[in-house]
Design a protein around this ligand. Sequence first.
Ligand SMILES: Nc1nc2c(c(=O)[nH]1)N[C@H]1C(S)=C(S)[C@@H](COP(=O)(O)OP(=O)(O)OC[C@H]3O[C@@H](n4cnc5c(=O)[nH]c(N)nc54)[C@H](O)[C@@H]3O)O[C@H]1N2
Ligand SMILES: Nc1nc2c(c(=O)[nH]1)N[C@H]1C(S)=C(S)[C@@H](COP(=O)(O)OP(=O)(O)OC[C@H]3O[C@@H](n4cnc5c(=O)[nH]c(N)nc54)[C@H](O)[C@@H]3O)O[C@H]1N2
Ligand code: SF4
Ligand SMILES: [Mo]
Length: 704
Amino acid sequence: MKHRILCPLCEATCGLEVTVQEGQVQGIRGDTQDPFSAGYLCPKGYSLKALEEDPDRLRSPQLRDGTTISWEEAFERIEAGLGPHLARDRNSIGVYLGNPNVHNLAGQLYVPAFLKMLGSRSIFSASSLDQQPKHLACGLMFGDPMSIPIPDLERTNFLLILGANPLESNGSLLTAPNMLGRFKAIKARGGQIVVFDPRRTRTAQEATRHHFLQPGTDALLLMALIQELFRQGLVRPGPQVEGVEAMHEACQPFTAATVAPICRVSAETISELARQLAEAPGAAVYGRLGTCTQSFGTLTSWLVEVVNVLTGNLDRPGGALFPKAAAGARNTVPGKGRNYTPGAVRTRVRGLPQINGEFPSAALAEEILTPGEGQIRALITIAGNPAVSAPNSSKVRQALQSLDFFVAVDCYRNETTGLADLILPVPSHLQRSHYDLVFSQLACHNYARYSAPVFPSEQPQEWEILVQLGAIVAGLGRQIPSQKLNQQILQTLMQRQGTCAVGDHEGPELLLDYLLRQGPYALTLDQLRQGPVDLGPLQPRIPEVLRTASGKVELAPALLLEDLPRLQERLQQANPEMCLIGRRQLRSNNSWMHNLPVLVKGPPACTLLIHPQDADRLGLNSGDKAGLRSSCGQLEVSVEVTPEVMPGVVSLPHGWGHHQPHAQMAVARQHCGVNANEIVPDETVEPLTGNAIQNGIPVEIERL
Ligand SMILES: Nc1nc2c(c(=O)[nH]1)N[C@H]1C(S)=C(S)[C@@H](COP(=O)(O)OP(=O)(O)OC[C@H]3O[C@@H](n4cnc5c(=O)[nH]c(N)nc54)[C@H](O)[C@@H]3O)O[C@H]1N2
Ligand SMILES: Nc1nc2c(c(=O)[nH]1)N[C@H]1C(S)=C(S)[C@@H](COP(=O)(O)OP(=O)(O)OC[C@H]3O[C@@H](n4cnc5c(=O)[nH]c(N)nc54)[C@H](O)[C@@H]3O)O[C@H]1N2
Ligand code: SF4
Ligand SMILES: [Mo]
């Protein structure tokens, strides 16, 4: 029997064909009938079989000592464990939401309802270890943090990429399966791809040009690019733009000649790039993780879009456009303009900002460890591994160990969940239906696709677990039928988005069907059950998409201009002698898929890349052990000497360090590697968002 599903593992959202015989996966291939991914898949998609069969994947609720218990008992214990905190102070219950929530209907439809029922302000997520700067910049410029311009890969002739490696990550804030194929198509039509990255990544290798760039200096580069656009008379903003003159003034101190030595990019390169971007018949600038998780994350995320606007490429075919998703996008619901602002609420200990209802995860540990009114004493993690992913991970572990009560909703017992009093296991990724509510808002082509579960679930669905947890924190007890709460959630959605008829569905399907019907194409779930619906290439959406108070694109928001003196100060500061950046690897998915033998086979992946010049100076050869020290800690790493990284920069992959005794992932333990976040400081954060700075960290290296 063949099942056509959507891969829930990464943002590319490939269609897969899963062959099942006698209740077992026989094979997984790229679905050639999927109009979006057209047969593409990566090794992770294939590994869904191994994930399904992994003996370490949890099947029943587990206590900290490894004892398994019934679901009934698990929820009883949660009621007892959270009870005193619910009665005393709801803010003392923290929640950490991990990345897989955005790849999951339960995470998208039920987590918000759960958080509402909980009523705590102590909410944290992986967003502040990732893209929060992009949300803030786009919220300020376009009025909604999810209105993120997407390069029109199908038509563009010039793609400028900063701090992204989509050929290995398969794209992020850019849903576009088969990036290699898309690169080939751009080059075949005579287009160019230019990459700025401190490492010559696979993406850089496949581009038409690659430039090394000193980590953390993209904002300087982009400011100089903007200065050049004005200087050369190349500025062509569209009609709905506010703040062009303010931008003209703001860029003046950042001439190509001034930024060149800090960025380690020649002034001629910058000036030529300005011309090429302006002259290309459709160009797009795209920045990703390396532009967000750094000291100037918000400024960089902003300036990427400023260049798109000033070159006339925002909202034009071949440039960067706003997708029009079929369901769940706020920017397709008619709404009044307003000034988007970061929350006025600040973290208790350090006063860091709240963005989109969440506090920075770099502050999670201190909010648990610091006594006083509002201290977090109980924690719920949902699909998250902050003990590996958040900065200063030994402090995070210490914090998790100090909690009065900790419950994790997860599929593994890992570095984080192994410290929980209780783990509630979720069904496997093949045991649930799927629709990408988030990534269809970020896709380079408008599609609506749904997939049904391949296997029935052996345990409660994740949405049912969340509904039960919601009922507990809302004081409704454990007897409330999930369908009743589901109806309540539907009512809440309808209050916000408008009423319409719904089909005869249950659970997430009921809510999804409603969102599709209410969406801009008035689709129904039954239509999607027949197969994918092609909604066409990206189309211009300005002014309809804008939700700013002025109804225009705000090119120069005051909050961002206020951070420019800090950028100017950077011009006076010397680059650190050595600094650390991260990287992603094709056969890896953040911290949680290293237990699958198909993905970890081969030579050790967790190595420190270092340039031959630096290696010579330090007396290091490939295979040597080195001590890597930052202001926050120290690691022993295995060295790989390669000209792939620029001199003065070392690269360590993200998501490793699986040696913790409380984890139960036998394969991952054998390939444990080290956790970069042991040496990523938690005290220095991006000031506007509190986002973690995981790239460009000054380090010292010594031969061991
Ligand atoms: N140094 C450094 N740190 C980084 C980064 C970096 O580049 N460098 N990257 C950052 C980024 S971009 C991100 S997104 C974060 C990720 O940070 P996290 O989201 O905290 O970590 P993940 O590794 O994605 O862990 C996901 C967890 O969810 C579980 N899980 C998987 N699928 C499901 C599911 O369907 N349901 C449930 N309930 N659980 C599930 C896994 O077992 C695992 O425990 O890490 C960040 N940290
Ligand atoms: N195979 C695989 N795919 C993944 C993941 C995974 O773990 N494995 N994780 C998923 C997640 S959660 C995310 S967020 C995405 C991330 O997707 P990407 O952003 O495409 O992935 P990264 O490899 O982290 O790319 C960041 C790049 O920034 C560069 N860089 C570092 N610092 C700087 C800087 O200051 N300036 C510039 N210009 N470049 C810099 C790094 O060298 C690196 O090449 O990937 C997703 N896809
Ligand atoms: S690229 Fe992403 S969506 Fe496609 S098969 Fe791989 S993990 Fe799945
Ligand atoms: Mo991420």
